[in-house]
Design a protein around this ligand. Structure first.
Ligand SMILES: [Zn+2]
Ligand SMILES: [Zn+2]
Length: 133
């Protein structure tokens, strides 16, 4: 069980199962959501998530071709979740919203092709130029 929420506390969540994967993502969309950096993402089973409060959302077509819904706090703007319409059993949780952000370190780096030239990419992690298959 782990917990998190947005900066202002309007949205809180609990997750009852460990993530199936933890990734750093440099896709162009993530650079918008993370104000220039990569996002750090936990992939969790959708049925393990319980949310209190109502996040705002934005739908877009990702570089992967997936139809993504991104959720964030409409009051403080904190990034919280994203979910692909094509992969409804799983949800992506933004690690910055965790109550204990050092709980899950990224295990791989994806979309390195889109990273800026100055990006620092941990050479000890598996890296994928685009979305891994
Ligand atoms: Zn908030
Ligand atoms: Zn991304």
């Amino acid at each position: 069980m782990f917990t998190g929420g947005c900066r202002c506390g309007a949205v809180r969540y609990r997750i009852s199962a460990d993530p199936v994967a933890t990734r750093m993502c440099w896709c162009r969309d993530c650079q918008y959501w993370a104000a220039g950096n990569a996002t750090i993402n936990l992939i969790v089973r959708r049925d393990a998530l319980q949310v209190d409060g109502l996040p705002s959302s934005y739908d877009s077509l990702a570089d992967s071709g997936h139809h993504m819904r991104r959720s964030f706090c409409g009051r403080c703007g904190s990034a919280l979740f994203s979910q692909a319409q094509e992969n409804a059993d799983f949800l992506v949780v933004r690690a910055g919203s965790l109550d204990q952000p050092d709980q899950f370190a990224p295990q791989s780096v994806i979309w390195t092709d889109s990273a800026p030239a100055w990006a620092v990419i941990d050479a000890s992690l598996p890296a994928f130029p685009r979305q891994p298959g």
